[in-house]
Design a binder for this molecule. Structure first.
Ligand SMILES: [Zn+2]
Length: 439
């Protein structure tokens, strides 16, 4: 990687030592940057500082005698003084482009001395808008650390761009049409920390799920945090008609307190997760009793269709040798069939039969699961009329796992949150400039 010239001495202003080659080139760069009069490029060229790589300097100035509007009242004002500022722009071929400009302050009769903005950068940013637009587009496609290396920038500076635009777009996001939501937690590091995520689920399944909200930790107050954020997005808690959650006490308590009018749905995914855990418990119990269940941990997990032929064979042999395992496996597979019924009534009959079978199974983990299911009967069957599905939550979770790799783990939760919103929040991000390409 070629080291790029640090911004601090990237400025070519007054053209000392540059290789400027004339007027046409300046016009070209002015057009490239989208400059309009009275701004113009006065000099440009390649420059090398010491042993560093060459960079392209583009010196921008106002036409002589130009007056600039007061940022407060718009009155054309005389220039008061100026300061030379530099920005990082996109690369020109392999060279970093470093525009610099004499940025004036004006003196308004009414408002005094004020800083004038420049059309190619946001106030206070060391990057041009075009660079920021490029960084935002790339940050959705590749890890920020890789992007930073590619652009020869420190990744904290790129993260600052991402957080700025995401926060702005998320703040303005409209939730007024949200009807159904899924609230779930996601492991931020294997079993260590959780983040709670709220997603908008489209009942018709026509639109992809939209991540609305993400907060660190997972407690009874996480649901409250989401609900508290609603008014700022033009939404009221009462508009939420259905909420899909897991059967954890914390989540149920949160929903009962903060979304009392919403119909609670315990979705298929969470029920089947509990069934998988019950099966795992049966396996561990056998192991504690001295059974040799080598290879069982993975071979017994999930649907048979997902296993390789060797694992299927291991599973079948284990289930044949250990009656308890065979029973547990049959129970899990039968429970799965509950969700294959189209009608709520058929599903209810199936589930009732399943529960009484589980209670007679002499498998404590499945008896416990049957009791849990009976306690959450209404919410589990609420799945059926609308089939509000956890597929949306699962897809968001997989995006967060990708985001975690992009953000290099969870060390900086704000970065993770920003990139997750950017990837899954369907944000409307517009870099505010007439000359930037839309992201
Ligand atoms: Zn003014």
């Amino acid at each position: 990687m070629v080291p790029l010239v640090p911004l601090s001495f990237g400025c070519g202003w007054t053209s000392a030592g540059g290789y400027g080659i004339g007027m046409n080139q300046n016009l070209l760069f002015a057009a490239g940057l989208g400059l309009m009069p009275p701004w113009k490029v006065v000099d440009s060229g390649l420059k090398q500082e010491g042993e560093g790589a060459k960079h392209l300097y583009v010196d921008i100035d106002l036409e002589s005698g130009a007056r600039m509007p007061c940022p407060r009242c718009g009155q054309a004002c005389a220039l008061y003084d100026h300061e030379i500022k530099t920005w990082r722009h996109l690369n020109f071929w392999q060279h970093a482009t470093v525009p610099s400009a004499r940025v004036p302050r004006i003196k308004c009769d009414e408002h005094g001395v004020l800083q004038v903005g420049v059309p190619w950068a946001r106030p206070g940013s060391g990057f041009t808008l075009m660079f920021e637009a490029f960084a935002m587009a790339m940050a959705r496609e590749m890890p920020v650390s890789a992007l930073a290396r590619l652009m020869g920038e420190h990744d904290t500076r790129i993260w600052r761009i991402v957080r700025h635009y995401v926060a702005q777009a998320h703040r303005e996001q409209d939730w007024s049409t949200v009807r159904d939501v899924g609230i779930d937690d996601t492991a931020t590091r294997k079993g260590h920390r959780y983040a709670t995520v709220a997603v908008e689920v489209d009942r018709t399944g026509r639109r992809p799920a939209r991540m609305l909200f993400m907060t660190a930790e997972r407690t009874a107050t996480s649901v409250g945090e989401f609900v508290s954020a609603m008014p700022a997005h033009g939404a009221k808690p009462g508009q939420v008609q259905m909420v899909a959650i897991d059967m954890s006490a914390a989540c149920q308590k949160g929903v009962a307190e903060h979304l009392p009018s919403a119909q609670v749905v315990f979705d298929r995914f969470h029920v089947m997760k509990l069934a998988g855990e019950a099966l795992d418990e049966v396996r561990r119990q056998l192991q504690r009793e001295g059974a040799n269940l080598k290879g069982g941990m993975w071979a017994l997990r999930g649907n048979e269709a997902r296993l390789c032929p060797e694992q299927v064979e291991v599973r079948r042999q284990l289930c044949a040798r250990h009656k308890e395992l065979g029973r547990a496996m049959a129970l899990r597979e039968d429970l799965q069939e509950t969700w294959e019924w189209l009608g709520a009534l058929s599903a209810e009959i199936h589930l009732r039969q399943w529960c009484s079978w589980a209670m007679r199974s002499r498998l404590e983990p499945f008896k416990k699961l049957a009791r849990t299911i009976r306690q959450h009967w209404k919410g589990i069957l609420a799945f059926f009329p609308h089939r509000i599905t956890s597929a949306a939550i699962e897809s968001i979770n997989s995006i967060i796992q990708t985001a975690r790799r992009r953000a290099r783990g969870f060390r900086n939760f704000e970065n993770l949150k920003a990139i997750s919103y950017w990837m899954a929040g369907r944000l409307d991000i517009r870099v505010p400039s007439a000359f930037t390409h839309p992201i």
